[in-house]
Design a protein around this ligand. Sequence first.
Ligand code: B3K
Ligand code: ZN
Length: 873
Amino acid sequence: PRSVRLSEYRPPDYLIDQVDLDVVLDGDKTLVTSVLEIRPNPEGRSNVPLVLDGDEITLAGPPLLDNDELTPEAYVETPQALRIHMPPKRAFSLKITTKLDPAKNTKLMGLYRSGAAYCTQCEAEGFRRITYFIDRPDVLSTYRVRIEAGRKEAPVLLSNGNPVEAGLLPNGRHYAVWDDPWPKPCYLFALVGGDLGVVRDSFVTVSGRHVGLAIYVEHGKEDRASYAMDALKRSMKWDEDVFGREYDLQVFNIVAVSDFNMGAMENKGLNVFNDKYVLASGDTATDGDYAGIEAVIAHEYFHNWTGNRITCRDWFQLCLKEGLTVFRDQEFTADMRSRPVERISDVRGLRAIQFVEDAGPFAHPVRPDTYREINNFYTATVYEKGAEVIRMLQALIGRDAFRLGMEFYFSRHDGRAATIEEFIACFADASATDLSQFLLWYSQAGTPEVAATSSWDEDTGTYTLNLLQTVPKTPGQDIKKPMVIPLAFGLLGMDGEDLPIGGDNAESGLIVLNKAEHSFAFRGLNSRPVLSINRTFSAPVKLTTDLTENDLFFLARYDSDPFNRWQALQTAALRVLIRSVHAVRGGNRPLNDPRLAEAFASAIADPEIDPALLAQLLALPSETDIAREIGNDVDPDAIYAARIGLKRALARFVRGALADLYRGLVNDGPYSPDARAAGRRALRATALDLICAEQDDASAMLAFAHYSAANNMTDRMSGLAVLSGIDRPERDQAFADFYKRHKGDALVLDKWLSLQAVIPEAGTLDRVRRLMKHEAFSMANPNRVRALIGAFAASNPTQFNRADGAGFDFLADIVIDLDPKNPQVAARLLGAFRSWRALEPGRRGRAEFALKRIAATDKLSPDVSDLVIRALA
Ligand code: B3K
Ligand code: ZN
């Protein structure tokens, strides 16, 4: 596939002001008639052909220009385009009809069938699979959409905007007309027609406007939509309170479908969701699922302003809407739940996925400057690192200037397609700051590394902090410039209190490192302080310090920043784990550190720490965290052994306290998904996991009892997750019981598939193969594929990375098989190879072999071929 470059951006030659669509839903005879009001763009080239994009569509007849049929010489139709050679040099209308077969659309892009509904997905380039169009986000139009269908087959007919008309037609058919007054790019178009159940509610906006809310779900699932509705209303209120953003249509509709390539889509006034992010009940969803629903509902709703009212000029600017909207949904969750716990879990996610991406062959800047397939850039770097960049901006210029900058952004760019430069200019103006160096966060890939060293002069009471930053090489970027790195910090005195800080550029508790190297002196101190730096994870960097392990345990106990208390324990544990991995590879037993166990004990005994935070404090760094820290010559089996060894040793040391904790957290009351109750369940699950680290008979019994006593899915799953790692008869018994309970409920069985896929045992690959033949699995449904195969590839480090290469071969076969049917899902699976070069030589060779086999396959999609090319480059 050809590369698209940011530097080659040109405004469109034509604009489309108005789109009138008439969609007749009728199985394989579905017809889409589009009337476009087109005019030459004064900023584009003149006297050039009009080229409309297409993808796997054909015209049902010749196009009509101002109601006159075009002659065959006047246009040419290819699979990728409809070209009108000499369009008028004035405004004109163009009428096009295309014929579609939604049921045959297995790529789930464009118009397709999911269960009892026709639905659409257009971002990034799906609209061109419905009709010929100038499919780029800087062409904004108002839409009027008429949908016609059989009344029985599709009693519900939805599109963007406000409902304006509906009526009956002969032959059992009916129609509805929708009008969207807000100009939008075609990627925000949506249409749904089907037989669906509905839950309704309403919201009154801050200025008193009444908005009808509806969530459409599969019949019989209505009672599982109430939490999503509640989250929607809270999101609408929060965006008014915190960002002054009011909703702007008479209705807001959400449709849950079961076949969806990603999480959800923010189409104007008509969000389409993967049902996984809508449906929940205490019996079918875990606390984690509820949190995911709350976050995704909020995220898509927040796009109404950051993404829809103001959209992106081109797809290189994707982080303009995604990074900003992730930042907004993270802030929403922090306000709804616990801010420190939200921060810790966001940072865990960032490190587990984005840091890994940034350190491997798929590394790219937050704003990429070239792509072959845009769908491959909906990444953790664009989304999560993109959100971190916004967070740093807020830290640098302060909250008030940040809010003012957002106001500038909303007022200057409303109704337009913007760029990162335009966005950043709003904050430069609001804060009267030069943000040109800050823009490097958008263009330089790679995770910056900051090394902090210090010296202490007893005689003058001066503590000197030296900071050194380096940005590693990434594909295509060998030379990097120093970045602006905001580091929140504090100095702790001997009693654990924050010392008052003065001196160089650091009065506010924020150091701004903007050179490669810089020193900061703090004078007049009575004793050597302990440094707490990058508090709240104010910058997404890799930090190394000269803190001793005793310093870390001191911070774990006293730091006023809960994030850094957690970080201190993680760092201490990581140091032990890395030494331990070396020991294991040298044929020795895994290592332990009694001070870490004491730190665990004192955290458990600390009444100030709330359960959700304690659960985070007691969770060791993951296998991925350890692998990333080691960086090369990675042996996943040694990592596994080191980690389980440390877990066992810690659990033995605090056994009594854990047992008390576990018993004290029982809750017999009815299930409630609120954050407090969820925190208690999370801590109880963590305690269970530690107590059962021995994986012996007693562990199996306890985990089985936990599973059996559960009165909600969260507890049931935490029991089953622990059991899944213990090869005892109780495990099979529990898996069989779970299946019997939830047979027929595909979303719940996805959990059952995933847990089996991540068992760290040699038999797992065969189990996964067997499960692929199970009635609960289907290769045609993205959720099933991700639950079983995705979980195996991304979350089972020892078995995917089997030394014999069977895990890699398996994934290669799947990717090759799935690619022609659903390239987006196939490409996502390939993400599991994102750090293949960091593996030890044996595994590395086998991974390379599997990647080369994919690369050598005929007719790869742009999605998969782009990734294999980059993986092997
Ligand atoms: N904007 C969509 C993602 C579309 C992905 C296209 N391959 C969901 C979101 O980020 O809100
Ligand atoms: Zn988004």
